[in-house]
Design a binder for this molecule. Structure first.
Ligand code: ZN
Length: 427
């Protein structure tokens, strides 16, 4: 029987469910988001108190908001936080005042080039208040007095982040990191979260080779907090991927780690190039999402970033037009598939040592040719065995073999499994 919903539809439903919440770098919006994610995969939620020193930073005061509006003289709300979390400047200090429009203008943010869209703005580290609205809404406001009210609190509290671990055969870890600090924006945070949730569910269906650690944390300060609290065990992190902007209809973009030649960089390039998908591979820059923290020289992790259209590369970026309609089930499914394929390579890529390196071992005598009988790619599979034997000098891994031989990675990995079972190579 056909499934009722596709993975893409399930991910899209999660995006829609999380979309209305008012997330920020701290506060109940992040907690509510993690509560919902926790219904799909079990989460370990961490609360780090305000004032905690994390690397060169300090956990800020916690921001919470209950209501906010601009109302005209008749009491009608012309800008209403209840309609969209984007309407309030993120981290706005509380305000209750009546102001003439001329004075209020200094606190209003619009996008004149897209008059029907509401921009996303924050002021995390400078105390300020403000509203974001469509230019056409502002243009329709007559002069006069307006009541402004932001019912928010900035107080000592906590920064919240969460982890989900899929235990593997080995303790070496792959981290998958997503930011969870943007309010009602679909592609820029929620699509990555939805893909990560699905990946975690899939990985748990069998024990993967690596241990997979999913980190759901507010951007910058959250990743810095995670790094500060995991610095002692950071050597366990062997590979990683930051997932962001994972659901728009554009082509895939992979941004290399700072190292540029980390295994994740080679695996992602291999998967993207051999899959025939339209894609773009970018060199590292110390900007973007949390790869810039994971790749900072003190940690220097092999962490790249996978997105579709990169941040700021589409007009809808950081506006109300980045809504659930902007992300598609098919695009999220495609991003999920690339992650799945890349992790399958990461999990099977090993270096082997040829135990019979003097001359070519006799494969027929060991039944290795017969084992290929049923395969439609018997010729390729035989070549793969010869290549694995040839390059298993302890210096080359199976991805090296696949690339040098021009053979599919899975064929090479299957050949290695057969050779290992026959006692001809060892890890
Ligand atoms: Zn963003």
């Amino acid at each position: 029987m056909a499934p009722m919903t596709t993975p893409g539809e399930e991910m899209h439903a999660l995006v829609e469910r999380l979309y209305p919440l008012c997330r920020s770098i701290t506060g109940d919006g992040v907690r509510a988001t993690l509560d919902i994610v926790g219904k799909y995969i079990p989460l370990q939620v961490h609360e780090v108190p305000t004032g905690t020193r994390v690397l060169d930073w300090t956990v800020p005061q916690e921001w919470n908001i209950r209501d906010a509006y601009v109302a005209d003289a008749s009491g009608r709300r012309v800008v209403d936080f209840a309609a969209s979390s984007l309407h309030v400047l993120g981290y706005s200090v509380p305000v209750a005042a009546t102001l003439p429009l001329s004075e209020l203008r200094g606190h209003l943010h619009t996008l004149p080039e897209h008059p029907t869209w509401v921009p996303y703005r924050t002021s995390y580290y400078t105390p300020e208040w403000g509203f974001c609205l469509a230019q056409e809404t502002l243009d329709a406001l007559p002069d006069g007095d307006y009541e402004v009210r932001i019912d928010s609190t900035l107080a000592d509290g906590h920064l919240t982040y969460a982890e989900h671990v899929v235990p593997g055969e080995v303790a070496d870890e792959v981290i998958v990191s997503c930011h969870v600090c943007h309010p009602s924006l679909a592609n820029d945070n929620l699509a990555g979260v939805a893909v990560a949730v699905h990946l975690a569910q899939e990985l748990a269906e069998r024990t993967p080779y690596h241990t997979y650690r999913f980190v759901f944390a507010p951007g910058t300060i959250g990743a810095i907090t995670w790094l500060a609290r995991n610095a002692e065990r950071i050597d366990r992190v062997k590979h990683g991927l930051v997932l962001a902007c994972a659901g728009d209809r554009g082509r895939l973009t992979y941004k290399r780690s700072r190292r540029g030649d980390a295994e994740i960089d080679r695996v992602m390039r291999y998967v993207l190039e051999t899959s025939g998908r339209p894609h773009h591979i970018k060199e590292f820059t110390p900007y973007g999402y949390d790869e810039r923290q994971y790749c900072s020289p003190g940690f220097d992790l092999g962490v790249g970033s996978l997105s579709r259209t990169p941040y700021a590369g589409y007009p809808e970026y950081h506006t109300s037009a980045d809504n659930p309609d902007f992300v598609s089930p098919e695009a999220m499914e495609d991003t999920l598939a690339v992650c799945r394929e890349a992790f399958a390579v990461l999990d099977r890529d090993r270096r082997y040592l040829n135990l019979s390196p003097y001359g070519e071992p006799q494969l027929g005598r060991r039944g290795l040719y017969d084992s290929l009988g049923g395969r439609s790619d018997a010729k390729q599979a035989q070549m793969a065995m010869l290549w694995v034997l040839s390059l298993s000098d302890g210096e080359h891994g199976l991805l090296d073999v696949a690339e040098r031989a021009g053979l599919p990675f899975d064929t090479v990995a299957d050949a290695a499994d057969a050779l290992r079972a026959a006692g001809l190579i060892k890890a």
